[in-house]
Design a protein around this ligand. Sequence first.
Ligand SMILES: C[S@@+](CC[C@H](N)C(=O)[O-])C[C@H]1O[C@@H](n2cnc3c(N)ncnc32)[C@H](O)[C@@H]1O
Length: 389
Amino acid sequence: MPENIGRFLSSVAEAASHSTLVKMTLSKPADKRDELRNVYVKPVLIKEQRLFAFTYHYERRDEVKNYDVAQTLDILREMIPNRFLNAMLFTVDEDVSLLVSGKGKATLQTKKVQECREQNLDHDKQKNRLINPANPWWYQLGLTTREGKVTADMQHKFKQIYKYAEIVESLVKPMKFDGSVHIADMGAGKGYLTFALHELLTQRLQMDVDIKGVEIRPDLVLKINEIIKADGLKGLEFVESSIEAYHPEKLDVLIALHACNTATDDAIASGIKANAELIVCAPCCHKQIRQEMERSGRFDAITRYGIFLERQAVMITDTIRALILEYFGYKTQVMEFIEMEHTPKNVLLVGKKTLKKAKDPKIIRQISDLKTRYGIGNHYLETVLDFNC
Ligand SMILES: C[S@@+](CC[C@H](N)C(=O)[O-])C[C@H]1O[C@@H](n2cnc3c(N)ncnc32)[C@H](O)[C@@H]1O
């Protein structure tokens, strides 16, 4: 297969996995007599499953079939260049065009797009978004124009907001809460994801919420609370506090997205201590464990290379966090989140409180083995929870 066809398929696979694929077309039949003239592909959400609807345009009829990502890629592999010589991929931020000549030479072109595009997963072409950029707070927060269009430089942020809303919806929808749901979003920053959470839960899921955005910077807290007041939003408030000092009486859901270094551990610890039903955190920088590993001087075949030491430290930090959550009775998943502009970290740790027996000694052994192997004295989360493996 020519290299550029492989590259085109990789772009499709990436756009499909990051939910940024807007549409795709296959045209210019390799055999002019082919009854199939072109194919139009768009993402759809059917029974909670993300699929791709292929509309096959034949000379006298159209046919629609839905496929998952793997099937989609198989079909594209089969059809390019055997059935079609042109393929166009439109994602939220770029157009990728593939042209195969009669002699089999494949040319690939990628163009960044300026306009504001989003993925539409609806079957009937009606937009059904979890978050509505036309709501006034998005303008007041500086993400949209007055008319509710996402500005060019906030496209990436909004992609993250949509993805976050999708993930939270899938986590919260099946859960049952008694009365108002108490949520703390620790290290809430400029509030984008906190407003997204409030909008999703109150407008889409019609839930009664008490969301506190915990933020150490007073200027942000002041500004955000003014927006909340101006929009008359109920059940949302920013609190000026460090994560360490914030100990809510009741906490059902703990959220900490991109809180720096060990602030993530402080947040997880308060979720565990408050017996939160759900803990969701996207760790940010991971200095503590890397420093311990460096200090120990105990490097293995992987960690003797600086970059791999850094990556391994990230993995170990988050693995130990996941294990500690498990130890305290949380069924824990490590999921992919969308990356931030200033960090390639894109992991989401999700812990759901279960009734299963907590404090399994096997987990202590696993943590202890990891610490011994990499010369780690203590994970900061152990310290704040006051236990030692
Ligand atoms: C990278 S921003 C993330 C903002 C938001 N959660 C998001 O993901 O878009 C991290 C925020 O956490 C705040 N922060 C960092 N350490 C904190 C701490 N110990 N207590 C409270 N806030 C903290 C910072 O001031 C900053 O606004």
